[in-house]
Structures are given as C-alpha cells and as structure tokens.
Design a binder for this molecule. Structure first.
Ligand SMILES: [Zn+2]
Ligand SMILES: [Zn+2]
Length: 348
C-alpha cells in the first residue's frame, strides 16, 4: 500500500514527509483493518512532522481522522492471556464491528483502563494512553489498523470528507467548549479560526452562543463571518463569558484572559502552545478568571459529539486534497493558507 511517513522530523518545507510503499498491516487481537476513504489533516500532524511533539516511533504514518470501511478483523481471541484477564486489564470480549462497517479512526488509540483516571471517566489523563499517528501508524495510508474499542461507528449517508474532520477537530473542539464553561446564550471568544474552531463555532452557535472571533488571515475571517460571528477582528468590543484559544500561540492567552468578564474561563484547546508570557495577577487572573487546558479527549466526548452532530446544523467546510498532496496540504496549514478543514481523499 501507499503511505506517508515521517522519516526525520523537521521544518515542513524541508520535506520531512515521504510517500513510501508499505505492506498492508495486520490487525491483532481486538483490532480491525480499515480501508481508508478519507483522512483529515490536523495541525497536530504538522507538530508531529516538524518535531514539536517528540517522535515515539521512527517512520510513523501520521493522520488521525480517518474514515473508512472495516475489511478484516484480528483473528486471535481478544480476551488476552489468562494472566491479563485475571489482572482485570479490561479486555472487552464483544465484537463491535463487522467487515463492511464504516468506522472512524481518531486520535485516542488506547488507555490502560485500570488507573485512577480511567476508572473515574477521565481516560484522557491516563499516563499510558496511546495515540494514532504518534504511537502507532495512522490514516495517511491506504489501510490503517485500529483497536475496535477506540473506533467510532459512523453514518454511511454522509460523504467521508465531511465526517473526517469531526474525528479530531470536532471532538477536541467539543471538549474545549465543555471545558470553557460557556453559560447558555453566553458570549464566546474564539482565538484562531482553523479546522477545530470553525466546527466548534457552529456547535456553540447552534446552542445559542454569540461568537467573537479573533483571527488573522482574510479567508479565516470570511469563514467566521459566514458562520454568523457577531464580531470578527483583533479585539472583542465587549467582555466575554468564555473563550477558547485554538491558535498555538501563548501570547494570545493574556489577551484572552483580559477580555473576560469576572468569573470567566479561557480554555486552551491545542496539544501544543508556545510559551505563555508572564501574567499579571490583577489584569489577567483576579476576579476569579480561570485558565484551563484541554488534554486529548475521552471516548465519551466523541460519542457525545457524534450524537450532537446528528441533530445540529454542524458541517465541516472542507477542502479536498488528493492523497498524493498530503505534504503540500500540511505546508498550507503551516503557512496559514488553509481555511476550514483540509481532507485527503483516497480514490477507490
Ligand atoms: Zn489509565
Ligand atoms: Zn488532531
């Protein structure tokens, strides 16, 4: 099969991504093999390719928003060894997907199932969590293997390229929106307006929020206006209830905190953020303003997002990219030339 791999992480323009031929991977116990129809392109793929995130495997295939069809199941008994079962290591026994089912392969790929966080419903904080396209090969390939407990059932009546961006941009944005504590009908600041932000904006607005978007780039600004933002510019003219920082720029954080009402919350959605400048307690934090991070997501976040998307008018604005151009598309993300969601599509 064809696959894109990160040979040596480095600046995107230096060509760290290479298209190579690989053997089709084999699904292990509890895993399914998925033939990829489309895979969304995320800024995290860029961070992995450029080395902002420490590589975990040489020659890894990035891509963690893959939509495809199950073509094979792992053959071995997935309950694990007798010792593992005795230790309660959480091996499920049901088979969730059959050959022919449409599934989504997302960022979160594994958790331990037994630590205090996993047991408390916060598996996103599990120290043994693993990720698609980082710990294991991802979706910028013709085939990808996924543990079926971490795959999502997807509808077959929507185009793959419309569903793909929901698998990370959508899910993380949903979690960020929850973490941002927005009151009903409240004013939400959105800093940076890429793939995740434009989906989150639609989710928030469909639930009654008023949107204040701070972003550079005329394309992003135009999309924000098209999606009904009450304000698009450099500095919101009114105090906000909550804000989400999508831009990977730490210097946005003080600005976002300063624009809040007393008691407001800023959630930082990204996995990577450049350093936050020194904060002034009175200007940025006092009056019970909260600054929170968002770390990955739980599978429940994903299930909740797909339930919401089924009934709310949320639709990814996508630019379809041929599979051969994944490297160029990542460069577009790096240089701010993309708007909405970029999705690589494989032909047949
Ligand atoms: Zn755990
Ligand atoms: Zn992502």
């Amino acid at each position: 099969m064809q696959a894109w791999v990160v040979e040596r992480p480095g600046p995107i323009d230096g060509g760290p991504l290479r298209k190579v031929r690989r053997t089709v991977p084999e699904p292990g116990p509890g895993e399914v093999l998925v033939k990829v129809e489309a895979c969304g392109i995320c800024r995290t793929d860029l961070h992995l390719t450029e080395g902002d995130l420490q590589p975990k495997r040489p020659g890894v295939v990035p891509g963690h928003q893959a939509v495809g069809t199950v073509v094979a199941r792992g053959t071995t008994d997935r309950r694990g060894t007798a010792d593992q079962v005795a230790a309660g290591e959480g091996f499920a026994t049901g088979e969730r997907f059959a050959v022919g089912d449409r599934v989504g392969v997302a960022w979160l790929r594994g958790t331990c199932g037994v630590c205090e966080f996993c047991r408390a419903g916060s598996e996103n904080l599990c120290a043994r969590s693993t990720y698609t396209g980082w710990d294991a090969d991802g979706g910028f390939a013709e085939y990808v293997v996924v543990p079926e407990d971490y795959a999502y059932a997807l509808p077959t009546d929507r185009p793959a390229e419309e569903l793909a961006p929901l698998l990370c941009a959508g899910i993380i944005g949903y979690r960020a929106l929850v973490r941002a504590n927005l009151p009903p009908g409240g004013r939400l600041g959105i800093y940076g307006f890429g793939s995740s932000a434009h989906l989150t904006a639609q989710l928030a607005s469909a639930q009654g929020a008023e949107l204040f978007v701070v972003t550079r780039g005329e394309k992003n600004r135009a999309l924000a206006r098209e999606l009904g933002a009450a304000y698009v510019g450099d500095r919101p003219p009114v105090a906000l209830d909550s804000a989400i920082v999508f831009a990977p720029a730490g210097d946005v954080v003080p600005q976002a905190l300063e624009a809040l009402k007393p008691g407001g919350t800023v959630a930082v959605a990204g996995i990577y953020l450049s350093d936050v400048p020194v904060l002034n307690y009175e200007r940025h934090l006092f009056h019970e303003r909260d600054l929170r991070s968002v770390t990955s997501n739980t599978r429940r976040d994903g299930e909740e997002l797909f339930r919401l998307v089924a009934r709310l008018p949320v639709r990814a604005h996508t630019t379809v990219v041929p599979f051969d151009k994944v490297d160029e598309a990542l460069a577009d993300v790096a240089h701010g030339r993309a708007s909405g969601s970029l999705v690589a599509v494989l032909d047949g």
